[in-house]
Design a protein around this ligand. Structure first.
Ligand SMILES: NC(=O)c1ccc[n+]([C@@H]2O[C@H](COP(=O)([O-])OP(=O)(O)OC[C@H]3O[C@@H](n4cnc5c(N)ncnc54)[C@H](O)[C@@H]3O)[C@@H](O)[C@H]2O)c1
Length: 383
């Protein structure tokens, strides 16, 4: 009896059992179950821990390891945008604990494994994924990129309604597992969906943010920097797209390079009288997403970097300023309860301040028009 027991405990017996399970496809099934909970283990180690005896020989435990992190970020929707967000967050060391959720299980598993196999080149991150929401538990930030794409001939309201229904299936789950998280909405139309997510979440207003025009502002700065022939880092400009899409306001009156306002140099800068037609840059910013979609089918890298930068500010309590989608009632004479993109201070509390940028009369009027347009669409949503 003793001999049999010893044999069973020996590593040889573990090897035989391991091979049997592999041949009979049991591992595939077990790994799938394991995958639903944690994918941190390399695929060569069995989810049942048959090789643990070797690790026990290698390591002597002093205290049990901690399995939670203070900077966990969950990404809902592992499509082009969601994966670009996850990739930027991991490679820029914004967080080393990223959970992915998507409705398409096989694609999700593929994306997760692909990222995990790069762990050696990153900061040994924990990358987990599942089609259910337990995996998101204790997140500091939940990024929502899941969304339906516009169908041919589909009205804007119909698309909003389909995305509202998707948000209804996502937000209560996120709140169940991470009641203290900040929610960051990327799905379009972003200003309206941020308001929808805020309603569904029951969170205070400052804890729900839309990615807004952080990316548009970056495009604006890039195009200006190219024409000024200076680094994009020295161009300060905001692009307040006031409803995701075409109604946007470049804040020309505050555009400056190294503190020098370009309107102070030339009052006609970017007006209709401007012979150099700087106002064309605004058109290019608005059209950039369409142009990229026409060329490659979707946009991903720049929005991923933009979202990663917003997460960095939130997680590291940086109090840095980003043009994001925030509640704007009572700002610039806006009466409606809507979210629009304005520069805001982001830190651990979420949105702590709105920056009171000087807008001229025309810019303020655009802002109020956008608020009306959004409030109209929002009022037609069926809950
Ligand atoms: N805010 C911005 O500046 C900006 C920029 C680019 C894209 N976007 C928006 O981001 C969104 C995503 O774009 P994409 O190119 O990644 O689309 P995509 O189709 O590649 O990915 C969407 C993913 O969401 C998943 N999904 C759909 N419903 C789900 C649900 N109920 N639960 C879990 N997962 C679900 C899909 O399976 C898919 O993997 C779109 O709404 C797009 O318009 C916003």
């Amino acid at each position: 009896m003793k001999v049999i027991l010893l044999f069973l405990l020996s590593s040889r017996a573990m090897f035989i059992l391991n091979s049997f399970l592999t041949k009979t496809n049991c591992f595939k099934i077990l790994r799938r179950i394991g995958n639903a909970y944690s994918f941190r283990l390399p695929s060569t180690i069995s989810p049942l821990g048959f090789l643990r005896s070797i690790s026990d020989k290698l390591l002597q435990e002093l205290v049990p390891p901690v399995h939670y992190s203070e900077t966990k970020v969950s990404v809902i929707g592992a499509g082009q945008v969601g994966m670009a967000c996850a990739f930027s967050i991991l490679t820029q060391n914004v967080s080393s604990d990223v959970a992915l959720v998507d409705a398409q299980e096989d694609k999700l598993l593929g994306e997760m494994l692909d990222l995990q196999h790069g762990a050696y080149f990153m900061n040994s991150p924990k990358i987990s994924a599942s089609s259910t929401y337990e995996v998101t538990a204790n997140s500091r930030i939940c990024i929502i990129t899941a969304g339906a794409r516009q169908r041919e001939g589909e009205s804007r309201l119909a698309l909003v309604q389909r995305n509202v229904d998707i948000m209804k299936s996502i937000v209560p789950q996120l709140m169940k597992y991470s009641p203290n998280a900040t929610l960051l909405v990327v799905s379009n139309p972003v200003d309206i969906l941020t308001w929808v997510v805020w309603h569904l979440s029951g969170l205070p207003r400052h804890k729900v943010i839309g990615s807004g025009t952080n990316l548009d502002s970056s495009r604006f700065r890039f195009l200006l920097s190219q024409s000024m022939k200076v680094s994009v880092k020295n161009v300060h400009a905001f692009h307040c797209r006031l409803e995701h899409g075409d109604s946007s306001v470049p804040v020309w009156s505050s555009v400056n390079v190294a503190g020098v306002k370009l309107r102070d140099l030339d009052p006609n800068f970017a007006t209709k009288k401007d012979e150099q037609r700087y106002d064309e840059i605004h058109r290019k910013v608005v059209e950039s997403a369409y142009e990229i979609i026409k060329l490659k089918g979707y946009t991903s890298w720049a929005i991923g970097l933009s979202v990663s930068q917003i997460c960095d500010s939130l997680l590291k309590n940086q109090h840095s300023i980003h043009c994001v989608s925030i509640p704007v009632k009572d700002c610039y004479g806006i009466e409606e309860d809507v979210f629009l993109s304005l520069p805001a201070v982001l830190g651990e509390a979420g949105v702590s301040h709105i920056v009171k940028i000087n807008l001229n009369e025309e810019e303020e009027m655009h802002l109020r028009d956008s608020a009306h347009a959004i409030a109209k669409v929002s009022s037609e949503i069926k809950w």
